[in-house]
Ligand binder design. Structure first.
Ligand code: PLP
Length: 380
């Protein structure tokens, strides 16, 4: 049975999620959306998020591994699912049987998928992940002629059908970076070569959140946003794009205690109480995604006021200075990050403090934190 009053909660607001889908839709003139739900939907809960996104009109889902894709299937998701980061010893037979598209992202994947199709007794529908210049996984321009020949053979044998081609930008979040144009041109050339070879990829996609929100000319047949759907701007220094944070992280005070001036707080005694005050202990730490590098550098929201976190963040807890006149009691809520429209701190603020990106903040929230889904399609 789930704990009705957990100590640490990530509230997942499906109303905000639906709002973010509508932001993407209006930026794309209703171009079909493949929502990226890898890494447990960026830490938000893959099944609940996937169901909700599909109910909001998202057409397809994208994940990294076949294991992630098969979990979606086992959870009852029947929409198209594409998996793009695998070795050839992944459960490819299971994927073909479950109608999961596996991306051809390495030359050896073509024959592995042909074998899997044979074993599954059905045609493997595939998308090629073309490396147009990011230099991660994906087929390079040098590898493309040989892979094309293998794909043509696979299609002739009835083992494969090339359904789509995708690529991924290195610098879509840096508008004007010349690599964006170069990658788009490389991708277009690769698609043209596929057509010359007699293949007919139906669905072309390239745009992550940044390209989705800023480059309508790169939307092609489908957009592939992730972070924007979770309400974090892919380019926070440019715009918030009217996105709303989906995750709100909070904890409940486990201790409230008086501290006299001169007392020293938490590991290493890095903070000394300047004048008599009341301290609160918040039961989230770096094991939960409150990074130790935030020690003494962030504020939390307690009863509508900002309060400083003091001393070192520990594995399971940190201390907040509630102030001498606080009325807070044990069990009260402390908001770590949430919606800036309610005056709450943001995950983006944490990212700025740590010189990183909001993606890392939400995906880093640990499994000990209870996900509480609200505003969902089933009326919770
Ligand atoms: C291949 C691919 N497409 C799309 C995305 C979504 O990117 P973003 O979250 O920046 O929208 C990712 C995430 O990194 C990805 O790996």
């Amino acid at each position: 049975m789930s704990d009705p009053r957990p100590l640490a909660t990530a509230q997942i607001d499906h109303t905000a999620l639906a709002h973010n889908v509508s932001v993407v839709r209006s930026a794309t003139d209703d171009t079909p959306i493949m929502a990226v739900v890898k890494a447990d939907a960026y830490g938000h809960g893959e099944l609940e998020i996937s169901r909700s996104l599909l109910a909001s009109g998202v057409r397809e889902l994208g994940v990294c591994t076949v294991a992630e894709a098969l979990r979606l299937r086992r959870g009852g998701i029947t929409a198209p699912v594409l998996s793009w980061l695998n070795t050839i010893d992944a459960d490819l037979v299971g994927a073909v049987q479950a109608d999961v598209q596996v991306a051809v992202a390495s030359p050896t994947m073509v024959s592995a998928l042909v074998d899997a199709a044979g074993a599954a007794g059905r045609t493997a529908v595939v998308t090629v992940k073309f490396d147009s210049g990011l230099f991660r996984n994906g087929i390079t321009a040098d590898e493309w002629p040989e892979v094309l020949a293998d794909l043509v053979r696979g299609e002739r044998a009835g083992a494969l059908r090339l359904h789509g081609m995708m690529t991924h930008f290195a610098c879509a979040d840096q508008p004007g970076d010349p690599s964006i144009e170069r990658q788009a041109a490389e991708f277009a050339a690769a698609v043209a070569r596929a057509r010359e070879a007699g293949l007919d990829p139906q669905v072309l996609h390239a745009a992550n959140s940044a390209a989705t929100l800023t480059r309508p000319d790169l939307h092609l047949d489908m957009v592939r946003p992730g972070i924007a759907l979770y309400g974090i701007s892919p380019m926070p220094e440019v715009d918030d794009f009217d996105l709303r944070p989906v995750m709100r992280l909070s904890g409940r005070l486990v201790r409230v205690k008086k501290a006299r001036a001169g007392e020293r707080v938490s590991y290493g005694h890095t903070w000394t109480v300047p004048e008599d005050t009341v301290l609160g202990v918040v039961p989230l730490g770096y094991a939960d995604g409150v990074r130790r590098g935030l020690s003494g550098r962030f504020h939390v929201r307690v009863a509508g006021a900002d309060r400083p976190a003091v001393g070192r963040v520990c594995m399971d807890q940190f201390v907040v200075d509630l102030g001498a006149d606080t009325t807070a009691v044990e069990g009260d809520e402390v908001v770590l990050f949430g919606d800036p429209r309610r005056g709450e701190p943001t995950a983006q603020r944490w990212a700025d403090l740590l010189d990183t990106i909001g993606y890392e903040m939400v995906t880093g929230i640990g499994s000990r934190v209870t996900r509480r889904h609200t505003g969902g399609i089933d009326g919770r």
